[in-house]
Design a protein around this ligand. Structure first.
Ligand code: RM4
Length: 260
């Protein structure tokens, strides 16, 4: 068990990649604290998925709590860590995963779309990492932070001019946190998912032409699945990556390198 009796915090853990990370962590022996943002659930026109994920983790014989809050607000991270310690006594791993990507053209993008995307994806990642790292430092036994950056940290998207800078920022945040937190034995790394089929891009990929174009661009010939990313997060969170910090891991089926 790669995360045996560890306590793992996952932001954006009720759906998509975050849900897969929460389940994969539980399967590897962890107890899990899940952050979710009910407004975001409704933004996808779905009832909150958080109740089912807690039940699925408990069915694996592990403990789970769910804490609602928008990570863009600094207090959410502080409350999330406090509730986790209250429930499980400690925090060993943070999966800083919460993120949004409301595809939108650049020239007429409202300030609200840009500012909300930055607030959730970048500010949220900063605040939650800071809250988790302070708890890990106080515990004195190190820890691991794995942020969900993106292939979009490295390349652009014409409908993602608000989003790609935040993913580049998350990547850079982990590099700097690796330096700041190394003295406390806290490792900081990021995963860079490619095109993973989730709610985040369901509307975008509902266009058969767009989906076929992306699949054709990927050497492994398929879109990624959330668990493809979750397995890499578990590795970076585990002791198998004990000498890995400040690194990033592309999880993209070869998409990034495929020029021709
Ligand atoms: C990723 C990448 C994918 C897109 C998601 C929403 O960073 O750009 O292609 O589907 O974001």
């Amino acid at each position: 068990m790669l995360l045996d009796n560890k306590v793992v915090v996952v932001t954006g853990g009720s759906r998509g990649i975050g849900r897969a990370i929460a389940l994969a962590s539980a399967r590897e022996g962890a107890d899990v604290a899940i952050n979710y943002w009910r407004d975001n659930d409704s933004a996808y026109g779905k009832a909150s998925a958080v109740e089912s994920i807690v039940g699925e983790i408990e069915a694996l014989g592990r403990r789970a709590i769910a804490v609602e809050g928008n990570v863009a607000e600094r207090e959410t991270g502080i409350e999330l860590i406090a509730r986790t310690v209250e429930a499980f006594g400690r925090v060993d791993v943070l999966s800083s995963n919460a993120g949004i990507c409301p595809f939108h053209a650049f020239l007429d993008m409202p300030a609200s779309v840009y500012e909300t995307t930055v607030a959730v994806n970048l500010n949220g990642a900063f605040y939650v990492a800071q809250a988790a790292a302070n708890q890990m430092k106080a515990q004195g036994t190190g820890g691991a932070i794995v942020a969900t950056s993106s292939i979009s940290a490295l390349v652009g998207g014409g409908m993602q001019t608000h989003y790609t800078p935040t993913k580049a920022g998350v990547h850079s945040l982990m590099q700097s946190c690796a330096i700041a937190l190394g003295p406390y034995g806290i490792r900081c790394n990021s995963v860079m998912p490619g095109t993973i089929a989730t709610d985040l891009n369901a509307d975008d990929l509902a266009d058969p032409g767009k989906r076929a174009y992306m699949e054709k661009r990927i050497p492994l010939g398929r879109l990624g699945a959330p668990d493809d990313v979750a397995q890499c997060v578990v590795f970076l969170a585990s002791d198998r990556a004990r000498y890995v910090t400040g690194a990033s891991l592309l999880v993209d089926g070869g998409l990034f390198v495929n020029l021709q």
